[in-house]
Each structure stands twice: as C-alpha cells, then as structure tokens.
Design a protein. Sequence first.
Length: 194
Amino acid sequence: MTSGRPPESSVVMSSPWRLYEAEAAAARIGARAALGGRLFARHVAPFLIFAVVVAFALLLAFFGLITRPAGKTAMFLAAIAFVAQRIISQWLVWRAHAIGRRAASARLQSQGELAVSIDEDGLAIAGGGRLARVSYADCAAVEAAGALIYVWPREGEPILLPKRVLPNGEAARLVAQIGERVRQARATQAERTF
C-alpha cells in the first residue's frame, strides 16, 4: 500500500463506520493476522507428523520389530505430544486474534468517516487523516463477507467497504469487477516478468 497522490476516481463511496461493521472487520482482520500464512505449519503439519508416527509404531509392533507395549507407548506419547501442541497452538492463535482484533477495532472506530475510491488502476481509502492507495497488481484477494467487502493487499491493512453504501445487488458485481481487475493486473505483471 502506498500513500501519495489522490486517485482519479470513477466511483466514490463514503460512510461512517457502524459498530457492528467495525467489530466484524476487526474480528476478520484479527483472525487473518493470527493465522498469518502459518495455517499449514500450525495445524496440518503436526497432524501429519502424528499420523506418520502412529502408523510407523503400529507397523513396527505389528511385524514384531518392537514389542507391543513399546508400540503402544510410542503411540500414547505421540498422542500426548500432538494434543499438547494443538492446545498451545490454539492458545497462541486465540491470543494473536484477540490482540489483532482489539487493535483493529480501536483503529477502525477512531477513523470516523471514510471514502473509498475505485478507478482503473486500483483502490484508495481516505479518512482519519490518511490517504492510502493499493493497485490491483498488489492485491492478494477480494472477498465479500457479512456486511463488508474486503480488498486484501499483499502487505498492509485491507481496504474495507460497507455493502450498505451500495445499491441492492451492486456488492456482488463490484466484488466480481475488482476480482477480474486483480486477475488482469496479475496476468499483465506475469507477462512483463517473462
């Protein structure tokens, strides 16, 4: 996200935040910050390691390479280690989510009225004493969840747009339009690198 020039906007929507919108956005931002791209390392990899250890101990005990009590002990220790890792991981995610949620909620509620501008090159948000701009090529994802549209840049805070400021049915069209522009910008960027 870059700061600087105001956008030449084709569509400008502005609105003050409502409490439920700020809380929903803060919860989603907090959850995304808590996971931070480490979903595989924190949740999938430990389960795979646990499954491999149990299968290995079971096979060794089944074929008589280790005694059955040793195999049972290995599986029991693997289960204890897996459950302990899962409890610690969940606590860390919960803690990071709570911290991220509090920070995002305070930031959103202090911003007051915001204006989101959408043009051919990207999106911009103005309000709360800041002007931030993200190009479509720098977007990671666009999604509509609950009462908000989220435009997630690769780095930095998302640009949020309440659906209530749009006419009926426009939210889905806008998400599709922004998503298509993001795909086109990435394709153009990929062509330039080759």
